[in-house]
Every structure is written in C-alpha cells, then in structure tokens.
Design a protein around this ligand. Structure first.
Ligand SMILES: [Zn+2]
Length: 215
C-alpha cells in the first residue's frame, strides 16, 4: 500500500491525540484532489484538511493530518478518532473497484494497528448523510476478521514460521481424545503412522503418505 504525501502545510501543528478508539469514514460529497480539500478546510479557518487520509477515485491514498493528531471531522469524536475521507458523493456515485480496494487496504491496516478500535460511518455520530447511502457496506462492515487479516498480512515469513512451530509444539502437548485411542492404535498397528506425537499437525504430504499406506 502506497500512501502519497502532497506536502500539505498546516497553519498550526494539530494537537496529538491521547487515545484512539474509533476509525470514522466520510465522503467528500464531491470530487477533487487532497490539495483541494485542504484548501477548502483552510478557508473555514481550520488548521488545514480535517481528515487523516483521503482516498481518491483512482485508488490513490493521500496523507491528510498526521495520523496521531486530532482531526476536524466528527462533532464530539475528534479527540479519539482517525478519519478517512473518500473522494466522491456516495449519495449518487458508485464506488470504483480501485477506490474500494484502496479503502479496504487502508482500513485493515489501521484496524490492525490499534487494539480495540471500532469502525463507523460519520452518520452514526451526527445528523448527516455522510458518507452517503450508496457508500459500500463492504467497507463499513470491515471488523474483527479484517483486523486479524491485517495482523497476519504484516507478519514476516520468520514470524509466521515461529507461530507455526509454536502452534505445532503446543498441539503436541494436548492429550489424545479418549474416543480415538482404539482406532489410533489400530492405525499404528497397520503401519499408517509410527505412533509418535499423535497430536502434532499434519502437512498435506504426510496426509497423502498416510492415505497411501492405508491401501
Ligand atoms: Zn463526514
């Protein structure tokens, strides 16, 4: 995932948040660049763009306010939330695949980095249509499973190998279920398996060999 930086200048450095428990999704209710949104927010006498990220229709992701700073986007929730704004007006627009995919990547990345963070739409907090009735539910419904996916995606191969090894070692310490004892002993007798580590995980090639031996 590439996050573009337009080098936006803020009139004052926004305060840092002390807590992050929400990720709030918005739409721009119009089209334009991150610079255009920045300019429009400056004209309201804000420090600059109120959102932390801006996702364009072409699927490019742009940095807004620093991620750890207080934004200006949702009444009463700015002190504890991160905001993503999507270019377009989803009262009438249909989101492009490129924008949808970029949104998914960005959302799962953020969900994966803040423990206990909750995803919501601006309209859940305020009397607004934002981010629009046709904003994809698919994005609004990204929850726990996506946090898990994001966590797994960030693992290096070495970390993944460590987890697999540890899981296998842990599985090996579990007791063989009583109901399986008899059949397992029979399988050992017929040479399908050697009887060592009955609770360890099985790779496909091992399963294939065991199936072959049972012929
Ligand atoms: Zn909004």
């Amino acid at each position: 995932m590439i996050i573009n930086d337009a080098g936006l200048k803020f009139t004052l450095e926004p305060d840092k948040r002390s807590k992050t428990n929400m990720l709030i999704l918005h739409h721009a209710a119009g089209n334009g660049s991150v610079e255009a949104v920045h300019k429009s927010h400056l004209s309201r006498n804000w420090y600059g763009i109120g959102y932390h990220y801006y996702v364009r229709k072409d699927g490019s992701i742009w940095r807004g306010r620093p991620e750890d700073s207080v934004g200006t986007h949702t009444y009463g929730k700015n002190m504890t939330s991160i905001a993503i704004c999507f270019e377009g007006n989803f009262e009438t627009d249909v989101m492009s695949d490129a924008q949808l995919q970029a949104g998914k990547e960005l959302i799962s990345d953020i969900l994966g980095r803040y423990e206990g963070i909750k995803l919501s739409a601006h309209r859940e907090h305020d009397s607004t249509a934002c981010p629009g009735k046709d904003f994809p539910e698919e994005l609004l419904n990204m929850k726990l499973t996506d946090e898990c996916t994001a966590f797994i995606r960030r693992l290096t191969d070495e970390q993944a190998y460590d987890i697999l090894t540890k899981a296998n070692r842990h599985a090996a310490t579990l007791p063989l279920p009583a109901w399986a004892t008899e059949e397992y002993a029979a399988a050992v007798d017929s040479g399908i398996t050697d009887g060592e580590n009955p609770m360890q995980l099985v790779h496909r090639y091992q399963a294939a060999i065991m199936a072959h031996r049972s012929k």
